[in-house]
Design a binder for this molecule. Structure first.
Ligand SMILES: CC(C)(COP(=O)(O)OP(=O)(O)OC[C@H]1O[C@@H](n2cnc3c(N)ncnc32)[C@H](O)[C@@H]1OP(=O)(O)O)[C@@H](O)C(=O)NCCC(=O)NCCS
Length: 206
């Protein structure tokens, strides 16, 4: 079994930007998103903005990236749409966005899904945020009932009801018509992840 590495990218010119694009396109081309990208440029901009202004972690197996997670400050200018949405909703926001990390993209290629890689990526992003002094996390995902919703709720995230978006076509190229915001406490999520990993390790040795 090849060893999984989680690496943080610091160079926007890193060659793994091409793996990032491939994983991103493959993961979001599936249900419930069915996103279509005419060119790779839009995804390369997400890569670039997050490497420069936020964080990008990649899950690497056998030298190839098979998963990604990106974060940024919810009030910064990486994604003006998300920032503006937060600013609009801030009076009703059930958590303090200045104390939260925003998990903006999270994806694992289908060939590597269901093996704990998504959870490992989340753990790294949360550990990074904790080291920055943050205590909460927030994320936005499509469609109630998606596996990302399952993953985030399983680590203690709750739906920020006021922040549900019912929009015709949020990404302009996606068939998913609804976004929900989930938020939670970093320490709680890290404890749950640790227990899950211990269970996983226990079941693989029995
Ligand atoms: C969400 C995603 C990143 C999870 O990656 P992953 O590597 O499969 O995650 P894990 O293997 O760590 O599994 C996490 C949990 O999801 C569950 N899960 C994984 N694949 C699933 C599936 N197809 N259906 C239902 N649950 C699933 C696992 O059972 C696990 O739950 P558990 O810990 O309670 O057992 C991946 O499914 C994905 O890329 N989805 C498409 C993109 C997306 O929705 N991104 C999130 C919004 S930005």
């Amino acid at each position: 079994m090849p060893e999984l590495q989680i690496i943080q990218v610091s160079d926007p010119e890193d060659d793994r930007q091409h793996d990032f694009v491939e994983v991103y396109k493959e993961a979001f081309a599936r249900a419930p998103y069915f996103e279509v990208y005419e060119s790779d440029q839009e995804i390369l901009e997400i890569w670039h903005d997050h490497v420069v202004y936020g964080t990008v972690f990649l899950a690497v197996l056998d030298g190839q990236a098979v998963g990604l997670i990106t974060t940024h400050d919810p009030l910064d200018n990486v994604d003006p749409e998300i920032r503006d949405h937060f600013l609009e909703m801030i009076s009703e926001c059930p958590f303090d966005p200045s104390f939260a990390v925003f998990i903006s993209e999270h994806a694992v290629h289908s060939k590597a899904e269901g093996r704990g890689i998504g959870t490992r990526l989340l753990e790294q992003a949360l550990l990074w945020a904790k080291n920055q002094g943050l205590g909460l996390f927030a994320m936005c995902t499509a469609h109630q009932g998606s596996n990302s919703e399952h993953l985030y709720r399983s680590v203690g995230a709750e739906e920020a009801v006021e922040l549900v978006q019912y929009v015709e076509n949020p990404a302009g190229n996606s068939q998913s018509k609804q976004r929900i915001y989930l938020w939670g406490v970093i320490d709680t999520a890290l404890q749950v992840i640790k227990r899950k990993q211990e269970r996983r390790a226990g079941s693989s040795t029995t």
